[in-house]
Design a protein around this ligand. Structure first.
Ligand code: PLP
Length: 402
């Protein structure tokens, strides 16, 4: 193994880099999870997550990966043989479908090409045709992390409303929460699924469900077998700051710090920062002449950008070159696009200069690996960012002239 100097660049679309402040918050002696300090912590993080999800509804926090939170959303709201509507946006939508089928649900999976967002019009037509209301839930992945495509949650809510369809709306925000605007209550989402390791900037290990009153009501009738994932005991214990089992105490210390950091910056500023850095990445791609996998510019995500290499060029070999030469991890292509795309994560604890380092590593990697491209991607991103640093470029420019 060669010795490495400087920080590793972890530019995969999650797990994202963990801020030093959060690492320090986690690095504490374990406390008694039945004592008063823990109760204060649990009450604070539940209230904080309500603000992040923009909901007044119940929150369940599991010591789990995002997959556990997917399962919890389904087993608490549905019964064996229930029909659900889902959309093939990419690998994660596909994995969620497989999980639902394993649980005994019947999934209507609307095919997709992995390059476009969900077509809400198509969903509306399907829901309108379902006069008997056989479909019990709609499963939507907000940002599909395998492709960098963001679907429109508001449009899906509208589709359900126009079709006058009572199905629950379940939304996976695992890679969009605290990156892209999301409003559980205002947008009429019934269960929001999230994970620790992306916009929340924590190490992996927490799964979240934000639960509407309608979903909570559905859970009283839902018959899928569940024990560990059961919401009711979690919600009941959570009211006094406890968990029905041993919680991930130190990750919750990290979560309290993450919420504080996001609120100090302001959620709207967090979203704007991600939008700006994503736009700079897209400008770099345009200058390189390398194709963005997401074919619809309006659906390009602020979490990550997936780039498609020309036929005959292997994206995994390119990633290997970048890792070996520059100690930077880029995201692999998954499922149907394995080896064809690589993904640049631009989420979480991330700023202009981190992005410039990342893009420089990509541009140098293209040259080293012999990937056809034009130079100038880094310059294009830099030019864009120099004119758009934060909210007040004009004031900064004036100050610099004095
Ligand atoms: N959904 C999305 C959109 C994801 O990006 C991921 C993981 O990256 C998952 C679900 C699965 O989460 P986990 O790997 O934490 O189980």
């Amino acid at each position: 193994m060669t010795a490495k100097s400087g920080r590793h660049f972890l530019q995969i679309p999650g797990p994202s880099n963990v801020p030093d402040r959060i690492l320090r918050a986690i690095d504490q002696p374990v406390i008694d999870h039945r004592g008063p300090d823990f109760a204060a912590l649990a009450i604070a993080v539940i209230a904080g997550m309500q603000r992040i999800f923009r909901t007044s509804g119940a929150i369940a926090i599991f010591p789990s990966s995002g997959t556990g939170a997917w399962e919890a959303a389904l087993v608490n709201t549905l019964s064996p043989g229930d029909r659900v509507l889902a959309f093939e946006t990419g690998q994660f939508a596909t994995l969620w479908r497989v999980l639902a089928e394993r649980l005994g649900l019947v999934v209507e999976f609307i095919p997709g090409d992995w390059r476009h967002a969900v077509d809400a019009g198509e969903a509306e037509a399907r829901l309108t045709a379902d006069k008997a209301h056989a479909i019990k839930a709609v499963m939507l992945v907000h940002t599909e992390t395998s492709t960098g495509v963001t679907s429109d949650v508001v449009a899906m809510r509208r589709a359900l409303d126009r079709a006058k369809h009572p199905a629950l709306l379940l939304v996976d925000t695992i890679s969009s929460l605290a990156v892209t605007d999301f409003r559980q209550d205002e947008w009429g989402v019934d269960v929001t699924i999230a994970g620790a390791q992306k916009g929340l900037m924590l190490p992996p290990g927490l799964g979240f469900n934000a639960i509407s009153a309608k979903a909570l009501n559905a859970s009283k009738r839902a018959k899928l077998p569940r024990a560990y994932w059961e919401w009711q005991p979690m919600i009941a214990a959570g009211e006094s700051g406890f968990f029905p089992f041993t919680p991930a105490t130190n990750l919750l210390l990290g979560l309290r710090e993450a919420i504080a950091m996001l609120e100090e910056e302001g959620l709207d500023n967090v979203f704007a920062r991600h939008d700006r850095l994503a736009e700079a990445t897209r400008r770099a791609a345009a200058a390189w002449g390398v194709e963005i996998l997401c074919a619809d510019p309006r659906a390009r995500s602020s979490t990550l950008t997936a780039l498609l290499l020309p036929p005959g060029y292997n994206a995994d070999a390119f990633r290997r070159t970048v890792l070996e030469r520059f100690d930077m991890s880029l995201g692999a292509g998954l499922g149907k696009v394995a080896g064809k795309v690589f993904r640049i994560g631009h989420l979480g604890w991330f700023n202009e200069l981190t992005l410039m380092g990342t893009l420089a590593g990509v541009e140098m990697g293209f040259a080293l690996a012999g990937v056809p491209h034009r130079s100038g991607g880094v310059d294009a991103a830099m030019g864009y960012l120099a004119g758009n640093v934060g909210a007040e470029p004009a004031r900064l420019a004036r100050a610099a002239k004095q």
